[in-house]
Design a protein around this ligand. Structure first.
Ligand code: DAT
Ligand code: MG
Length: 139
């Protein structure tokens, strides 16, 4: 059986509101194994690079401000079909469109402050994991 990995961040709003425990609990209860985990604080340069694909979008400046205003929880998660299943678990980018029971429906305030990140492909999961974690921090 192939096991897949995805990368997630619990974003500054989720950390500020004290939702780390509840979100990690939901992630574990949904069958994901945590294989890397840390509290970290992205610099402006980090956030600009991490979201470089959105650099031409009108919300890029706000996104970088938001992602750097406080600490985040970065994690790598393992599960069969991890990328797709995790995107289902977090729900739509805009919490107003997110399905009932999804993490964004439960914890996100708005499209701009949407509580959690999930990689959108296996390739990006690997790139994003390596952005935040050294090999010796992955288990
Ligand atoms: P996702 O995080 O669901 O993969 P995305 O990659 O399209 O969504 O965008 C990355 C982040 O940028 C998203 O989580 C929140 C922010 N964002 C996206 N679209 C936005 C918009 N229309 N207005 C404000 N922020 C937005
Ligand atoms: Mg995305």
């Amino acid at each position: 059986m192939r096991t897949d990995r995805t990368f997630t961040m619990l974003k500054p709003d989720a950390v500020e509101k004290g939702h780390i425990g509840a979100i990690l609990e939901k992630i574990n209860a949904s069958g994901f194994r945590i294989v890397a985990l840390k509290l970290t604080h992205m610099t402006t340069a980090d956030a600009r690079e991490f979201y470089a694909v959105h650099s031409e979008r009108p919300f890029y400046g706000e996104l970088v401000e938001y992602m750097t205003r406080g600490p985040i929880v970065a994690a790598i998660l393992e599960k069969e079909n991890a990328v797709e299943d995790f995107r289902t678990l977090i729900g739509a980018t805009n919490p107003a469109d997110a399905a009932e029971g999804t993490i964004r429906k439960l914890y996100a305030a708005s499209i701009g402050e949407n509580a959690v990140h999930g990689s959108d492909s296996d390739e990006n999961a690997a790139i994003e994991s390596a952005f935040h974690f050294a090999g010796r921090e992955m288990f």
